[in-house]
Ligand binder design. Structure first.
Ligand code: COA
Length: 416
């Protein structure tokens, strides 16, 4: 079957998570992604947090499926020459080295354009060019703090908190993938490549836009009615941490279900959707609240919202999170069980949809990994296992015209 990105060759000069997540997505959709790695060690995630000795760690396998692996020491002249040949024959180079590393290696944007004017160079950095912190190396949680996520996450009586969702890493990779596809489309029109970059701080901020909305509202009014601090608590001059409050006009909270005393994930997220109030009252066995003026408008409910949630928790006392959702879904209440990773690992719906899949790895055997979260009617996404270090080196070199003697020489000199 034809894949959307068939014929697009990507030099995947990425490591850790942000860059690899981007190129993995493009590989799923058909691009030929050649991961260029340092001989001997490769991407640091191959050996980080290993669960099986001497086998690529799951950190690596989760982020590098559907790719080929070429080992190349790009600091040696012969390695640079091979990289130049790849640049001449590829469409996109993606990198997420520390600031200045690619220039120091001799592959500045100017040099890449000389080699191939159609080339798209896509970079992830912690901060944007010209930013006061542009020289900083950045990891996930650093970006969450710099992009406004941490100061607005957690509870008001606790410190700023990072989330387990990779807002700094994978999220920036997804943004960069959109940038690459945009640049490819532009190249169709102009015939020229371009430099595309996405800063992790900016990608986090892009997901924190409703918190910036809240800051502007707070600046003007001094309060935020959907936050737990309203109306009984106090606001300062910056958006506070709102615990588990809903971010829009529909109040919500994480509520305890049967078994919460022993199961740390026996909770649901419950949303009181204004337009669904009558149904919600029926669902929780409180029909008398439907027409009661003390409860039947969002404004009337505001000062007793936690009493309402408290009541719903008593309704949940004898229901597991799954039983509760099965009742609430009949009444159109927006809700979901708080899913543990154990439950996600075994979830039949996620497996049926291909959102998690089992694939084969040459050294570890079968392993579970994420599949494409985007579904297409005309594209079947097949996930394959991640490559071993240097698994495709000889194949790639042969495609560049190297014969077996030259390839053996490159191995002997530890260029590949
Ligand atoms: N052959 C030879 N050298 C190679 C190589 C190869 N195949 N691949 C990389 N290198 C070298 C680079 O040239 C660079 O060398 P230099 O510093 O002497 O110029 C070095 O390896 C890589 O440096 P760097 O990327 O800074 O690695 P690090 O491990 O010190 O830092 C990060 C890791 C993630 C903090 C840093 O890369 C970074 O800030 N990246 C941008 C933001 C980002 O993507 N962060 C999220 C990661 S999930």
């Amino acid at each position: 079957m034809t894949k959307a990105l068939d014929g697009i060759r990507i030099i995947d000069f990425t490591h850790v998570q942000a860059g690899p997540a981007c190129t993995q997505l493009l590989a799923w959709y058909g691009a030929d992604v050649i991961k260029v790695e340092r001989p001997g060690s490769g991407d640091v995630t191959r050996s980080q947090l290993r669960d099986i000795p001497d086998v690529d760690a799951l950190y690596f396998t989760q982020l590098n499926s559907n790719k080929r692996s070429l080992t190349l020491d790009t600091k040696k002249p012969a390695g640079k020459k091979i990289l130049e040949e790849l640049v001449r024959t590829s469409d996109v180079m993606v990198e997420n080295f520390g600031p200045g590393a690619l220039d120091r290696m001799g592959f500045s944007w100017e040099r890449i354009q000389e080699l191939n004017p159609r080339m798209i160079l896509a970079s992830v950095k912690g901060f944007s060019d010209g930013h006061a912190y542009e020289d900083l190396k950045v990891y996930e949680n650093v970006a969450q703090c710099a992009g406004g996520a941490a100061s607005t996450t957690g509870f008001w009586d606790g410190p700023p908190t990072v989330t387990g969702a990779a807002l700094g890493d994978s999220n920036t990779g997804m943004h960069l993938a959109i940038g690459i596809l945009t640049a490819l489309r532009m190249r169709d029109i102009t015939g020229r490549g371009q430099k595309v970059s996405c800063a992790m701080q900016d990608a986090v901020l892009n997901l924190c836009r409703v918190k910036l909305r809240d800051q502007l509202r707070l600046d003007r009014t001094g309060f935020l009615e959907e936050y737990p601090q309203y109306p009984h608590g106090k606001f300062g001059d910056a958006v506070p941490r709102g615990g588990n409050a809903g971010g829009g006009g529909q109040p919500g909270w994480v509520l305890k279900c049967k078994g919460w005393q022993t199961d740390p994930n026996a909770y649901i997220y419950f949303t009181i959707q204004g337009q669904n109030w009558a149904n919600t009252c029926k669902a929780i066995d409180r029909p008398e609240w439907i027409d009661d003026p003390a409860y039947n408008t969002a404004t009337a409910r505001q000062d007793k919202i936690f009493d309402i949630f408290g009541y719903i928790e008593t309704w949940l006392e004898n229901r597991t999170k799954f039983e509760a959702v099965d009742v609430l879904r009949k009444y159109d209440v927006p809700c979901a069980p708080v899913m543990s990773m154990k439950e996600i690992e075994n979830d039949p719906s996620l497996r049926a949809s291909g959102s998690i899949v089992e694939v084969e790895h040459k050294a570890r055997g079968k392993y579970l990994t994420v599949g494409s979260p985007i579904k297409f009617s005309e594209l079947t996404v097949e996930i394959t296992g991640s490559p071993l270090l240097g698994e495709h080196s000889d194949q790639v070199l042969a495609s560049l015209g190297y014969d077996s003697q030259q390839i053996a020489q490159l191995h002997a000199e530890k260029v590949v």
